[in-house]
Design a protein. Sequence first.
Length: 252
Amino acid sequence: MKIPSSRRPASAELQELLTKVSRSSSVVAAFDVDGTLTDGGSTYPWLAAVGGRSRTLLACVKLSPQIFLAGILGGSRADQTKERTFTAILHGLSEDHVRVVSTEFAARHYRKRLRPDVKAMVDWHRSLGHKVVLVSASVEAYIGPIGELLRADAVLSTRLGVTPARTMSGHYDGRNCRGEEKLSRLTTWIHAQGLEQEGVAPLLVAYGNSRGDARMLGAADLGINCGKLGVLSRLRRYPELAQVTLALAERG
């Protein structure tokens, strides 16, 4: 049973699907990070940590018209602007420096910004033997360590290029892990792990909070809206996290 993403499920439908998920050992739980697993965004504070506050602020001021427009238009414009911002701040920095600072940043961000309600869902899935995967447009340098803290089975996130001199290029290594790319990388990972049984894919439960997660939630057997915008959310057609939490509490 898969609930159509064009409407929110009735309580009975949601309960039925949660029962199916809880009774299956073949489940992948995919979690977005910024705004879903953690409160707020992480890209700017991470850039300030690795590149320095002054350098980061100056770059963002210079690129502010493009950043503003990218926030409105989204899509490829947002991907390109994000890469330009990364290049302006990160280009030439030592890979070792970025790795060390990113690991320290990940620990602080996890400790201060982790959402207990979403962490509870991670723990629920892990208690049932499900695979837990972080799927994020944020940078692997610090999303990877967050995944280790959560004991996630995999981290699929945006990778950055490194030059032969072991300095950061600032460019993407591959594509920005947003929208269709999230679903593509998640599907590829599921196949590579051999999780399909006799050609049948595992049940997919996806957690997100923004339009960048819509494709992943749309392909899931159960997509869960972890955003806080209510009727203004781009994901308002999906059951909200509070609705799912309540349904699980009612099951006992």
